[in-house]
Design a protein around this ligand. Structure first.
Ligand code: KG4
Ligand code: ZN
Length: 345
Protein backbone atom coordinates (compact mmCIF):
# COMPACT_ATOMS: atom_id res chain seq x y z
CA UNK A 1 0.00 0.00 0.00
CA UNK A 2 1.53 3.34 -1.01
CA UNK A 3 1.32 6.40 1.19
CA UNK A 4 -1.00 7.99 -1.33
CA UNK A 5 -3.51 5.23 -0.56
CA UNK A 6 -2.81 4.70 3.15
CA UNK A 7 -4.76 2.01 4.91
CA UNK A 8 -6.35 3.68 7.92
CA UNK A 9 -8.76 2.47 10.58
CA UNK A 10 -11.03 5.15 12.08
CA UNK A 11 -12.84 4.92 15.41
CA UNK A 12 -15.84 7.07 16.33
CA UNK A 13 -17.45 6.95 19.78
CA UNK A 14 -18.42 10.57 20.50
CA UNK A 15 -22.12 9.91 21.10
CA UNK A 16 -24.23 6.75 20.85
CA UNK A 17 -22.70 5.07 17.79
CA UNK A 18 -19.74 2.73 18.22
CA UNK A 19 -18.38 3.03 14.71
CA UNK A 20 -15.28 1.70 13.00
CA UNK A 21 -14.39 2.30 9.37
CA UNK A 22 -11.43 1.31 7.24
CA UNK A 23 -10.29 3.20 4.15
CA UNK A 24 -7.52 2.83 1.61
CA UNK A 25 -6.92 6.50 0.88
CA UNK A 26 -10.21 7.72 -0.52
CA UNK A 27 -11.72 4.26 -0.96
CA UNK A 28 -14.06 2.92 1.66
CA UNK A 29 -13.34 -0.71 2.57
CA UNK A 30 -15.62 -1.25 5.56
CA UNK A 31 -17.97 0.73 7.75
CA UNK A 32 -19.27 -0.97 10.89
CA UNK A 33 -21.80 0.83 13.10
CA UNK A 34 -23.22 -0.52 16.37
CA UNK A 35 -25.72 1.90 17.89
CA UNK A 36 -27.02 2.01 21.46
CA UNK A 37 -29.93 4.23 20.34
CA UNK A 38 -32.58 1.69 21.42
CA UNK A 39 -31.26 1.79 24.98
CA UNK A 40 -31.71 5.58 25.10
CA UNK A 41 -35.13 5.74 23.48
CA UNK A 42 -37.20 5.49 26.66
CA UNK A 43 -35.24 8.45 28.12
CA UNK A 44 -35.93 10.59 25.03
CA UNK A 45 -32.23 11.44 24.63
CA UNK A 46 -28.74 9.98 24.90
CA UNK A 47 -27.79 9.01 28.48
CA UNK A 48 -23.97 9.38 28.74
CA UNK A 49 -23.39 6.49 31.19
CA UNK A 50 -25.41 4.09 29.06
CA UNK A 51 -23.54 5.21 25.94
CA UNK A 52 -20.10 4.66 27.55
CA UNK A 53 -21.02 1.20 28.74
CA UNK A 54 -22.39 0.23 25.35
CA UNK A 55 -19.19 1.50 23.65
CA UNK A 56 -17.07 -0.65 25.97
CA UNK A 57 -19.02 -3.74 24.99
CA UNK A 58 -19.12 -2.96 21.28
CA UNK A 59 -15.71 -1.50 20.47
CA UNK A 60 -13.49 -4.57 20.07
CA UNK A 61 -16.06 -6.63 18.19
CA UNK A 62 -16.57 -3.63 15.87
CA UNK A 63 -12.82 -3.31 15.23
CA UNK A 64 -12.53 -7.03 14.47
CA UNK A 65 -15.56 -6.98 12.20
CA UNK A 66 -14.33 -3.92 10.31
CA UNK A 67 -10.98 -5.66 9.64
CA UNK A 68 -12.75 -8.86 8.57
CA UNK A 69 -15.10 -7.03 6.20
CA UNK A 70 -12.23 -4.99 4.73
CA UNK A 71 -10.30 -8.27 4.33
CA UNK A 72 -7.22 -6.86 5.98
CA UNK A 73 -5.11 -7.75 8.96
CA UNK A 74 -4.65 -4.99 11.56
CA UNK A 75 -0.89 -5.37 11.00
CA UNK A 76 -1.37 -4.03 7.46
CA UNK A 77 -2.65 -0.66 8.71
CA UNK A 78 -0.65 2.50 8.03
CA UNK A 79 -2.34 4.49 10.82
CA UNK A 80 -5.16 4.65 13.36
CA UNK A 81 -7.48 7.64 13.46
CA UNK A 82 -9.89 8.43 16.28
CA UNK A 83 -12.43 11.08 17.25
CA UNK A 84 -10.89 12.96 20.18
CA UNK A 85 -13.67 15.58 20.51
CA UNK A 86 -16.12 17.17 20.72
CA UNK A 87 -18.58 14.75 22.28
CA UNK A 88 -19.46 13.00 25.54
CA UNK A 89 -16.33 12.62 27.69
CA UNK A 90 -16.91 9.02 28.82
CA UNK A 91 -17.93 7.95 25.34
CA UNK A 92 -14.91 9.60 23.68
CA UNK A 93 -12.60 8.00 26.26
CA UNK A 94 -13.58 4.50 25.18
CA UNK A 95 -12.67 5.15 21.54
CA UNK A 96 -9.49 7.08 22.34
CA UNK A 97 -8.30 4.39 24.78
CA UNK A 98 -8.91 1.68 22.20
CA UNK A 99 -7.08 3.72 19.54
CA UNK A 100 -4.15 4.43 21.85
CA UNK A 101 -3.96 0.73 22.70
CA UNK A 102 -4.06 -0.33 19.06
CA UNK A 103 -1.47 2.23 17.97
CA UNK A 104 0.86 1.15 20.76
CA UNK A 105 0.40 -2.59 20.24
CA UNK A 106 0.74 -2.39 16.44
CA UNK A 107 3.38 0.36 16.51
CA UNK A 108 1.40 2.58 14.12
CA UNK A 109 0.94 6.35 14.03
CA UNK A 110 -2.17 7.74 15.69
CA UNK A 111 -4.28 10.68 14.52
CA UNK A 112 -6.73 12.26 16.96
CA UNK A 113 -9.27 14.10 14.83
CA UNK A 114 -12.11 16.53 15.28
CA UNK A 115 -15.57 14.99 14.99
CA UNK A 116 -17.01 18.05 13.23
CA UNK A 117 -14.17 18.23 10.73
CA UNK A 118 -14.62 14.55 9.91
CA UNK A 119 -18.34 15.10 9.15
CA UNK A 120 -17.11 17.55 6.50
CA UNK A 121 -14.13 15.44 5.38
CA UNK A 122 -16.32 12.44 4.55
CA UNK A 123 -16.59 14.22 1.20
CA UNK A 124 -13.19 12.65 0.41
CA UNK A 125 -14.91 9.27 0.05
CA UNK A 126 -17.71 10.43 -2.17
CA UNK A 127 -16.31 12.94 -4.63
CA UNK A 128 -13.47 12.41 -7.09
CA UNK A 129 -12.43 16.02 -7.33
CA UNK A 130 -10.83 17.31 -4.12
CA UNK A 131 -12.59 20.20 -2.41
CA UNK A 132 -10.99 23.60 -2.74
CA UNK A 133 -12.31 26.62 -0.86
CA UNK A 134 -15.81 25.85 0.38
CA UNK A 135 -18.54 26.87 2.74
CA UNK A 136 -19.65 23.97 4.92
CA UNK A 137 -23.01 23.76 6.61
CA UNK A 138 -22.50 21.40 9.52
CA UNK A 139 -25.75 20.27 11.06
CA UNK A 140 -25.84 17.54 13.69
CA UNK A 141 -27.42 16.68 17.03
CA UNK A 142 -24.95 18.85 18.92
CA UNK A 143 -23.86 21.50 16.41
CA UNK A 144 -25.14 23.80 13.70
CA UNK A 145 -22.49 25.95 12.12
CA UNK A 146 -21.52 27.63 8.91
CA UNK A 147 -17.81 27.15 8.29
CA UNK A 148 -15.37 28.54 5.77
CA UNK A 149 -12.49 26.32 4.73
CA UNK A 150 -9.63 26.48 2.25
CA UNK A 151 -9.23 22.70 2.17
CA UNK A 152 -10.61 19.73 4.09
CA UNK A 153 -7.52 19.31 6.23
CA UNK A 154 -6.79 22.98 6.80
CA UNK A 155 -8.24 25.00 9.65
CA UNK A 156 -11.91 25.89 9.58
CA UNK A 157 -13.21 29.38 10.25
CA UNK A 158 -16.62 29.54 11.90
CA UNK A 159 -18.78 32.22 10.26
CA UNK A 160 -21.91 31.40 12.21
CA UNK A 161 -23.38 28.96 14.72
CA UNK A 162 -26.55 28.29 16.61
CA UNK A 163 -27.19 30.54 19.56
CA UNK A 164 -29.32 27.92 21.29
CA UNK A 165 -30.39 24.45 20.06
CA UNK A 166 -28.61 22.55 17.30
CA UNK A 167 -30.78 21.74 14.27
CA UNK A 168 -30.80 18.00 15.11
CA UNK A 169 -31.72 18.78 18.70
CA UNK A 170 -34.69 20.84 17.44
CA UNK A 171 -35.83 17.87 15.32
CA UNK A 172 -35.49 15.57 18.34
CA UNK A 173 -37.44 17.91 20.65
CA UNK A 174 -40.29 18.50 18.21
CA UNK A 175 -40.52 14.77 17.48
CA UNK A 176 -40.97 14.21 21.21
CA UNK A 177 -43.74 16.84 21.36
CA UNK A 178 -45.43 15.08 18.45
CA UNK A 179 -45.08 11.67 20.11
CA UNK A 180 -42.91 10.33 17.30
CA UNK A 181 -40.00 8.85 19.31
CA UNK A 182 -36.21 9.25 19.31
CA UNK A 183 -34.04 10.17 17.43
CA UNK A 184 -36.57 12.54 15.94
CA UNK A 185 -34.91 13.66 12.71
CA UNK A 186 -35.59 10.56 10.58
CA UNK A 187 -39.09 10.21 12.09
CA UNK A 188 -40.07 13.80 11.26
CA UNK A 189 -38.53 13.38 7.81
CA UNK A 190 -40.78 10.36 7.23
CA UNK A 191 -43.92 11.93 8.77
CA UNK A 192 -43.43 15.07 6.67
CA UNK A 193 -43.73 13.05 3.46
CA UNK A 194 -47.50 12.85 3.99
CA UNK A 195 -48.07 16.43 5.15
CA UNK A 196 -48.16 19.90 3.65
CA UNK A 197 -46.66 23.24 4.63
CA UNK A 198 -49.84 24.50 6.27
CA UNK A 199 -48.46 26.55 9.17
CA UNK A 200 -46.15 29.52 8.79
CA UNK A 201 -43.69 28.88 11.64
CA UNK A 202 -41.06 31.56 12.40
CA UNK A 203 -37.62 31.58 10.72
CA UNK A 204 -35.15 32.35 13.54
CA UNK A 205 -32.46 35.03 13.10
CA UNK A 206 -33.73 36.20 9.73
CA UNK A 207 -35.17 39.58 10.76
CA UNK A 208 -33.55 42.72 9.37
CA UNK A 209 -32.05 43.48 12.79
CA UNK A 210 -30.21 40.11 12.73
CA UNK A 211 -28.49 40.76 9.41
CA UNK A 212 -25.51 42.45 11.08
CA UNK A 213 -23.77 40.42 13.78
CA UNK A 214 -26.06 37.39 13.38
CA UNK A 215 -26.20 37.14 9.60
CA UNK A 216 -24.84 33.56 9.63
CA UNK A 217 -26.09 32.50 13.07
CA UNK A 218 -29.06 30.27 13.77
CA UNK A 219 -31.66 30.11 16.53
CA UNK A 220 -34.26 27.40 16.84
CA UNK A 221 -35.71 28.13 20.31
CA UNK A 222 -38.39 30.54 19.00
CA UNK A 223 -39.48 27.93 16.47
CA UNK A 224 -39.70 25.30 19.19
CA UNK A 225 -41.86 27.61 21.33
CA UNK A 226 -44.07 28.42 18.33
CA UNK A 227 -44.66 24.73 17.59
CA UNK A 228 -45.40 24.00 21.24
CA UNK A 229 -47.90 26.91 21.43
CA UNK A 230 -49.55 25.80 18.20
CA UNK A 231 -50.02 22.27 19.55
CA UNK A 232 -51.60 23.56 22.76
CA UNK A 233 -53.89 25.95 20.89
CA UNK A 234 -54.94 23.40 18.26
CA UNK A 235 -56.05 20.14 19.91
CA UNK A 236 -57.16 18.71 16.55
CA UNK A 237 -53.86 19.42 14.82
CA UNK A 238 -52.68 17.28 11.92
CA UNK A 239 -49.38 15.74 12.94
CA UNK A 240 -48.04 15.38 9.42
CA UNK A 241 -48.75 19.05 8.65
CA UNK A 242 -46.99 20.20 11.82
CA UNK A 243 -43.97 18.00 10.98
CA UNK A 244 -43.84 19.29 7.39
CA UNK A 245 -44.23 22.93 8.40
CA UNK A 246 -41.61 22.65 11.16
CA UNK A 247 -39.15 20.88 8.84
CA UNK A 248 -39.68 23.51 6.15
CA UNK A 249 -38.94 26.33 8.63
CA UNK A 250 -35.65 24.65 9.65
CA UNK A 251 -34.37 23.77 6.18
CA UNK A 252 -35.45 27.13 4.74
CA UNK A 253 -33.15 28.97 7.18
CA UNK A 254 -30.29 26.45 6.90
CA UNK A 255 -30.16 26.65 3.12
CA UNK A 256 -30.83 30.40 2.89
CA UNK A 257 -28.01 31.30 5.28
CA UNK A 258 -25.43 28.90 3.86
CA UNK A 259 -26.03 30.10 0.32
CA UNK A 260 -25.81 33.69 1.57
CA UNK A 261 -22.43 32.77 3.16
CA UNK A 262 -21.18 31.45 -0.21
CA UNK A 263 -22.23 34.66 -1.94
CA UNK A 264 -20.73 36.90 0.77
CA UNK A 265 -17.39 35.02 0.60
CA UNK A 266 -17.29 34.65 -3.18
CA UNK A 267 -17.10 30.85 -2.75
CA UNK A 268 -18.72 28.56 -5.28
CA UNK A 269 -18.88 25.26 -3.41
CA UNK A 270 -21.34 24.40 -0.66
CA UNK A 271 -20.75 21.29 1.40
CA UNK A 272 -23.36 19.93 3.81
CA UNK A 273 -22.51 17.42 6.53
CA UNK A 274 -23.70 15.98 9.85
CA UNK A 275 -26.73 13.87 10.77
CA UNK A 276 -29.32 16.44 9.66
CA UNK A 277 -27.77 16.41 6.17
CA UNK A 278 -29.58 13.07 5.79
CA UNK A 279 -32.87 15.02 5.75
CA UNK A 280 -34.58 14.52 2.42
CA UNK A 281 -36.18 17.97 2.28
CA UNK A 282 -32.90 19.69 3.20
CA UNK A 283 -31.18 17.81 0.38
CA UNK A 284 -33.92 18.71 -2.07
CA UNK A 285 -34.15 22.41 -1.18
CA UNK A 286 -30.36 22.81 -1.00
CA UNK A 287 -30.19 21.25 -4.48
CA UNK A 288 -32.76 23.67 -5.91
CA UNK A 289 -31.27 26.77 -4.30
CA UNK A 290 -27.64 25.90 -5.04
CA UNK A 291 -28.52 25.34 -8.69
CA UNK A 292 -30.30 28.66 -8.87
CA UNK A 293 -27.31 30.41 -7.28
CA UNK A 294 -24.86 28.63 -9.63
CA UNK A 295 -23.11 26.80 -6.77
CA UNK A 296 -21.63 23.33 -6.68
CA UNK A 297 -23.39 21.34 -3.93
CA UNK A 298 -21.67 18.41 -2.24
CA UNK A 299 -23.63 16.26 0.22
CA UNK A 300 -22.57 12.74 1.22
CA UNK A 301 -25.06 9.90 0.78
CA UNK A 302 -27.46 9.80 3.74
CA UNK A 303 -25.73 6.71 5.18
CA UNK A 304 -22.48 8.67 5.63
CA UNK A 305 -24.16 11.79 7.10
CA UNK A 306 -24.89 10.34 10.54
CA UNK A 307 -21.99 9.33 12.80
CA UNK A 308 -19.65 6.73 11.31
CA UNK A 309 -16.04 5.56 11.49
CA UNK A 310 -15.40 5.91 7.75
CA UNK A 311 -15.34 9.70 8.01
CA UNK A 312 -12.78 9.52 10.81
CA UNK A 313 -10.62 7.12 8.80
CA UNK A 314 -10.93 9.33 5.69
CA UNK A 315 -9.74 12.42 7.54
CA UNK A 316 -6.87 10.48 9.15
CA UNK A 317 -5.81 9.08 5.77
CA UNK A 318 -5.78 12.55 4.23
CA UNK A 319 -3.74 13.99 7.12
CA UNK A 320 -1.23 11.17 6.65
CA UNK A 321 -1.08 11.74 2.86
CA UNK A 322 -0.62 15.48 3.45
CA UNK A 323 2.42 14.68 5.62
CA UNK A 324 0.85 16.03 8.81
CA UNK A 325 2.67 14.64 11.84
CA UNK A 326 0.70 12.20 13.95
CA UNK A 327 -0.63 12.96 17.42
CA UNK A 328 1.24 12.03 20.58
CA UNK A 329 0.39 8.60 21.91
CA UNK A 330 -1.82 8.96 24.97
CA UNK A 331 -3.79 11.93 23.57
CA UNK A 332 -6.48 13.29 25.84
CA UNK A 333 -10.09 13.78 24.83
CA UNK A 334 -11.52 17.28 24.51
CA UNK A 335 -15.28 17.12 24.92
CA UNK A 336 -15.81 20.75 23.88
CA UNK A 337 -13.20 20.98 21.11
CA UNK A 338 -13.89 23.78 18.64
CA UNK A 339 -14.08 23.08 14.95
CA UNK A 340 -11.01 25.17 14.25
CA UNK A 341 -8.81 22.15 15.11
CA UNK A 342 -8.90 19.46 12.44
CA UNK A 343 -6.51 17.19 14.29
CA UNK A 344 -4.66 16.81 17.57
CA UNK A 345 -0.97 17.16 16.92
O1 KG4 B 1 -24.14 13.73 13.25
P1 KG4 B 1 -25.04 12.92 14.09
O2 KG4 B 1 -25.24 11.46 13.72
O3 KG4 B 1 -24.58 12.92 15.59
C1 KG4 B 1 -24.04 14.09 16.18
O4 KG4 B 1 -22.85 14.37 15.92
O5 KG4 B 1 -24.84 14.78 16.85
O6 KG4 B 1 -26.45 13.67 14.12
C2 KG4 B 1 -27.54 13.16 14.83
C3 KG4 B 1 -28.71 14.10 14.63
C4 KG4 B 1 -29.92 13.74 15.47
O7 KG4 B 1 -30.39 14.90 16.12
C5 KG4 B 1 -30.91 13.23 14.45
O8 KG4 B 1 -32.27 13.46 14.81
C6 KG4 B 1 -30.52 14.03 13.22
O9 KG4 B 1 -29.12 14.07 13.25
N1 KG4 B 1 -30.97 13.38 11.96
C7 KG4 B 1 -31.87 13.93 11.12
C8 KG4 B 1 -32.11 12.97 10.10
N2 KG4 B 1 -31.32 11.88 10.35
C9 KG4 B 1 -30.63 12.16 11.49
N3 KG4 B 1 -32.50 15.12 11.16
C10 KG4 B 1 -33.37 15.39 10.19
N4 KG4 B 1 -33.67 14.51 9.17
C11 KG4 B 1 -33.07 13.31 9.10
N5 KG4 B 1 -33.36 12.46 8.10
ZN1 ZN C 1 -21.85 13.70 14.44
Amino acid sequence: MTQSQPLVLGIETSCDETAVGIVAGRNLLSNVIASSVDEHERFGGVVPEIASRAHLEAIWPAIERAAREAKISLDDLDAISVTAGPGLVGALLVGVSAANGLALALDKPLYGVNHLASHVAVDLLTHEKPVGPAIALLVSGGHSSILKLESLTGSYEQLGRTLDDAAGEAFDKIARLLGLGFPGGPLIDREAKSGKVAIDFPRGMTAAKDQGDHRFDFSFSGLKTAVSRYLKATPQYLRADVATSFQEAVVDVLTMKSIDACKASGIETLLIGGGVAANSRLRELAGERAKKAGLELRIPPASLCTDNGAMVAALGAQLLSDGVSPSELGIAVDSSASVSTTSWI
